[in-house]
Ligand binder design. Structure first.
Ligand code: ZN
Length: 442
């Protein structure tokens, strides 16, 4: 920690490991069904207790039985400045113990890593935040700005019972919040011994989930039949699945690619960013999805008997749109599927994009450089969506900044929702130090 060492108190860099392990041991699997969400409530109570223990007053807001969110405000010394929102979700996606090297809810410490579902998505950050603010409370540190802490439910199923609930039903909790930080950003990408990029999320794609509906004439499977809903649907789905939408390089992606091209010393052809992206290794999966709209078929439904031609068939398509492109994507899809297939939106949330400048970005960059002299902060666009979508509806300028220094050989992006999710302990401790500096100086 920075200047105030108190030998009698637990060091936040030690406590973060304990807090993260405890959180990993609470199974907060979000299946999408409310009746299975008891873990979220337990995790929320754990967080509330850890805050209350040091004199912070948390409030638990339940959106439905078990769907618990924790919010608290830490008053700053300069209340006239806008407040900073620090948010993290407590739920996780399911994990099948049979596929894992350790039990996914054991919080095991092994080979320098803490293992468990949620270790990087995102109980690591939840634990860092708790470790930092607990340390402050114990040592009398007050941040310059008000800090609003929000630990949310339901991020992994669209945030309806979490961030969207808070932002629409309890917006007063966020009064004065001008900026916010949360997942997925601030992690390192190793260039070489002396240089690491830290990807700070300044943009994220929009969510455009839709269902295609085909209708036809029902009939007997043995007869000549020209109007088959399954055939019509399958053709439309195949066209979407095989389609590549045009490349559009936004300001965020351009800034990222220019920086990457410079540090990796590769030629960047603005007409063909894919060649440069292909050289990035594992994170090419994320970055490659941020230069175009995407549409991936994910579900099919039709029929009820082997020899009956059904009158209808439907498919779900997970589409993600670049900032400002949602309407264009809708027109592109309409053209692809043709006039006979109906399109129904089941989820539509706008893309976000902010600039990589200003005092907050300077404070993030300075905190990273102070703890890692080889740090090169860069903006990037996330291909997925986070709770930031809900909070940005309140006019909050949101960033993905959950600092984490990673070993060069760790395939970080594969760990999200992946098997053997784990976080390096020294990376977690690095994150605490960066977060502490950042929150004191932003
Ligand atoms: Zn997450």
């Amino acid at each position: 920690m920075t200047s105030d060492a108190h030998p009698a108190l637990p060091a936040p860099t030690d406590e973060v490991v304990e807090l993260c392990r405890d959180l990993l041991r609470i199974d907060t699997t979000n299946t999408g069904d409310n009746f299975t969400s008891a873990g979220e409530r337990r995790a929320a109570e754990y967080v509330a207790e850890k805050l209350a223990e040091v004199g912070i007053e948390p409030v638990i807001h339940e959106s439905a039985p078990g769907r618990a969110n924790v919010v608290a405000r830490i008053p700053g010394t300069e209340p006239s400045r806008g407040a900073l929102l620090v948010h993290g979700h407590l739920d996780v996606v399911p994990a099948d113990p049979d596929e894992w090297s350790v039990h996914p809810f054991s919080g095991e410490l092994r080979d320098g890593y803490l293992w468990g579902r949620g270790a990087i998505d995102m109980k690591d950050f939840d634990a860092m935040v708790l470790a930092v603010v607990r340390h402050w409370q114990r040592t009398g540190v007050r941040p310059p700005r008000d800090i609003v802490l929000a630990f949310t439910a339901d991020e992994e199923a669209g945030s309806e019972y979490g961030a969207h609930f808070l932002a629409t039903r309890h917006r007063e909790l966020f009064d004065g919040c001008t900026e916010g930080i949360g997942e997925v950003g601030g992690f390192s990408y190793t260039v070489d011994e002396s240089r690491r990029l830290y990807l700070i999320e300044t943009a994220q794609k929009g969510i455009d989930w839709l269902r295609l509906h085909a209708r036809g004439r029902p009939g007997h499977g043995s007869m000549v039949h020209e109007d088959n809903a399954v055939t019509a649907l399958a053709e439309a789905v195949a066209r979407i699945g095989a389609h590549r939408f045009p490349v559009v390089v936004t300001d965020t992606v351009r800034a990222f690619l220019e920086e990457v091209a410079e540090v990796l010393d590769i030629e960047l052809d603005p007409e063909d960013p894919e060649t440069a992206i292909a050289k990035l290794g594992p994170i090419a999966n994320i970055i490659g999805a941020t230069i175009r709209n995407t549409a991936n078929p994910t579900r099919l439904a039709a029929g009820y008997k082997d020899n009956v031609i059904p009158g209808r068939a439907s498919a779900t398509i997970d589409c993600r749109s670049l900032p400002g492109q949602s309407e264009l994507l809708e027109r592109q899809l309409r053209e692809l599927v043709g006039p006979d297939i109906a399109i129904e939106y089941i989820q539509r949330q706008p893309a976000l994009e902010t600039t990589f400048d200003g005092d907050l970005v300077a404070a993030m960059s300075a905190a990273l450089r102070a703890e890692d002299p080889g740090a090169r902060p860069v903006p990037y666009m996330l291909s997925g969506g986070t709770d930031a979508k809900a909070f940005s509806q309140l006019g909050i300028r949101c960033f993905g900044f959950a600092p984490l220094r990673l070993p060069a050989d760790l395939n970080f992006s594969a760990l999200f929702h992946g098997i053997d999710e784990r976080v390096p302990v020294d990376g977690l401790q690095f994150g605490v130090r960066v977060l502490d500096r950042f929150l004191r100086t932003c």
